[in-house]
Design a protein. Sequence first.
Length: 288
Amino acid sequence: MRIAELPWYDVPELVSATDAWWSGLARHLRAAGIDRVPDALAREGSYLQRWRHPELLLSQACGYDVLYDSADDLVPIATPCYRAEGCDGPRYRSIVLVRSSSPFRSLESLRGSHLAINQASSHSGTNALRPLVAPLARNGAFFASVWESGSHTDSLASLQAGVVDVACIDAVVLALLRRVRASAVRGLRPIACTESALAPPLVTSRRTPMALQVALRTALRAAIGDPELAAARQALLLRDFVFLPGACYEELAAFEEPALAAGWFELPAPARSPLARGEAVSRGDTAC
């Protein structure tokens, strides 16, 4: 059996909607001639381990993962278009949040504050913030501390609890939580938003044959227009897919450049980032 998962926005309140979406998509995958399609999504264990598995049929990853850490393992298949504030077609943003009761009124007022990021390899929680803050840094410093929380929901919880002062949160996460878990964003307010970037892509193993990649896109086109899946798509804020060359995700490297050029390294870089090592970023070699 092949492996499938949809880990990115699979919050507990939306498990049934995600499963319904997968059930319908699996039907279209089989109709497209794909064999050994799993009946259920994988959720146990590490998605990072599954990304390295040659039998990975479908997952979702951060564009930053596709560009750097998992570039040898994953191929982008499709870019989702979400119905969420801050999203436009296949592009999304992140929202910089503080507590409503805090004194912070501008990005510059955050100097010396404590930041939560979800993880170093996240574009939405880390990389998207770089061009906003880098021009404000002095002698390579801006924040008093940067704490890696592990997830956007953990960043929000630490912000609400006063453990940190600010967090940069994926706009799709915010929109979903406002619908299904309003308490997770209560008492918080936006102070800025980031520039837009391509949304987290659906991916498959780099070992997936080209014919199977084509069949995956065929099934996704069918599923996005299937009226029987309308309720699941609405619950997941999923509107459409676009099919772009994987090389398009190289645009995320440009978010790093102002920070690195200014000597601002407070935010951790992904382990394999060529820019973090001062090397040139290759162009055009990740097209799917």
